[in-house]
Design a protein around this ligand. Structure first.
Ligand SMILES: [Zn+2]
Length: 515
């Protein structure tokens, strides 16, 4: 077996345009030196390749790692959901019947990231739900989370208007009850800012926020203060004080992605993040998620749409082939290169052959621009130690800097993030060359290469750009890149070929051929 290392640089795409391009500005000599000197190409990391609906859909770390780990195209959460809403399957489910039964004479409470960013939510799912609620005669209270991260930085008013227009059109008894920035309320991940959950509760249950009768105007006033560069950080507003969440009502979290949803489940189910007294205000609510956010732990108990089930992943295959595997990442992306890579499983496929190491990340909330080096050094050192230990045949690791710092919209810090990655890529190339270990570099989706959006505003979102794939066959074989268009699902077979392991019949073909 030829030992092989895979590095997934998170959020690094290819963008020929230099304007607002942190990757180019960082002058990543090691990365582009390898790109020029070894078999390399640009591959697709967005759209249908990663199971999304449209070619314009930018990838994400979840679907990207799903696709790399699966080695095959998987219909993803959103594609599944779109079908389920469009066909009406969601509303034919037992869960929906229970929701309707529990909402007679009460309000149905919906917490939703109000945008069409399609990373965590799609406003169309809300619209389908409102339409159904009109048919079922339900009264709906909407708690809108302002996005500004997966969509244009200051765009929430557009979505508020769209929602109100459709409420009128459908004739549904519904109102937007509260509006808060997603980073301020609820949408924290990995407990880096638990206050967001407490604040979320205080807003949607206790109404602890300024009351406004004109939310659009209040939002504009917030922008004018200059302290809300993006909707993500919009301070909370109560629009309808009578429409807050009351005990016993149904609460639907109408977001689909798990990483920022699990905490809200924990809040409503177990009263985490709030006092015992506060929990008494919601402990009899019926809580429903859009999807099952954690299939291992069964969270939440009730959900509208079943999760994708990915079988026959690269990890499954390598375990079957007795390949010793190590995975290393820092906290913020640990779930991606483990859980998502392994087909949405929270444990190794085989304990004996698969080891996962989490490097403790910085506790800075979303402010990764304050620590653009992140844990690149510690991750690389761990990988280097592992190579020297001779205990693993296949090592994969994730460098999260371009993505996490890119999300802040801070160009200068993102350049440092990319420079940092380049420094450690350089060290890895040197070691792999010396130890005659194959080294592959790719990325799960774009981000840092496009730091300005069309309106020249800070671009904080993922992109649909191609990502690099570089194969350094230091173990000795001579390869070239095949003709054709390839994507993230072609990486698994490429890894098998480099390892000298038969390619799983479930995988899409590899990208390289022997010279
Ligand atoms: Zn990201």
């Amino acid at each position: 077996m030829n030992k092989t290392v895979l590095c997934i640089i998170d959020g690094l795409g290819i963008n020929p345009n230099q304007h607002g391009n942190a990757v180019m500005a960082a002058d990543m000599k090691n990365l582009w030196g390898a790109y020029e000197g070894f078999p390399s190409t640009n591959i697709v990391a967005s759209g249908q390749e990663v199971g999304l609906v449209s070619e314009k859909d930018a990838g994400s770390s979840e679907v990207g790692h799903n696709a790399i780990g699966a080695g095959q195209r998987i219909k993803q959460g959103l594609a599944l959901l779109d079908d389920a809403f469009e066909s009406g399957e969601v509303f034919a489910s037992d869960t929906w019947k229970k929701i309707v039964a529990n909402s007679k004479g009460k309000k149905l409470q919906i917490i939703h990231l109000l945008s069409n960013g399609r990373t965590h939510s799609d406003i169309n799912h809300l619209f389908y739900t409102l339409k159904q609620c009109a048919k079922d005669g339900l009264t709906v209270s909407i708690h809108a989370l302002a996005d500004g991260r997966d969509v244009t930085a200051q765009s929430v008013n557009r979505y508020i208007k769209q929602t109100r227009d459709l409420i009128k059109e459908y004739g549904v008894n519904a109102k937007i009850a509260t509006v808060t920035g997603r980073a301020v309320a609820f949408m924290d991940r990995y407990d880096s800012n638990p206050q967001a959950l407490t604040t979320g509760f205080e807003v949607v249950v206790e109404g602890k926020a300024p009351i406004t009768s004109d939310i659009e105007k209040s939002v504009l006033e917030e922008y004018a203060k200059g302290q809300t560069p993006t909707d993500e950080r919009l301070s909370p507003f109560v629009v309808e004080p009578e429409w807050l969440i009351k005990n016993g009502e149904t609460v639907i979290l109408l977001n689909y992605r798990g990483d920022r949803a699990l905490q809200t489940c924990d809040l409503f189910k177990n009263g985490k993040y709030i006092t015992k007294e506060q929990f008494k205000k919601i402990d009899k609510c019926m809580f429903v998620g859009l999807m099952e956010y954690d299939s291992e732990l069964g969270i939440p108990e009730m959900y509208l749409c079943p999760p994708p089930n990915i079988e026959n992943t690269l990890s499954h295959w390598l375990c079957e082939k007795n390949v010793r595997q190590l995975t290393v990442a820092e906290t913020v992306k640990y779930g991606h290169i483990t859980y998502f890579f392994n087909g949405n499983r929270g444990k190794p496929i085989c304990d004996k052959l698969e080891k996962w190491i989490e490097i403790d990340g910085h506790k800075v909330g979303a402010a990764y621009d304050t620590v653009p080096q992140m844990r690149a050094k510690e991750i690389t050192e761990t990988v280097i130690d592992a190579i020297k230990s001779n205990k693993y045949d296949f090592i994969k690791f994730n460098l999260a800097n371009p993505d996490m710092v890119g999300h802040t919209g801070n160009m200068e810090a993102t350049v440092i993030a990319c420079k940092t990655v380049d420094e450690y890529i350089g060290k890895m190339i040197e070691l792999c060359k010396k130890e005659k270990i194959n080294f592959i570099i790719s990325s799960d989706h774009g981000n840092a290469e496009e730091m300005l959006d069309k309106n020249n505003q800070p671009g904080t979102t993922h992109t649909a750009n191609l990502v690099p794939l570089i194969v350094m066959p230091f173990a000795g074989n001579n390869y070239k890149i095949k003709e054709g268009t390839f994507g993230l699902t072609n990486i698994a077979a490429t890894v098998c070929e480099l390892l000298g392991v038969e390619v799983s019949p479930h995988f899409n073909e590899g990208i390289i051929q022997k010279n």
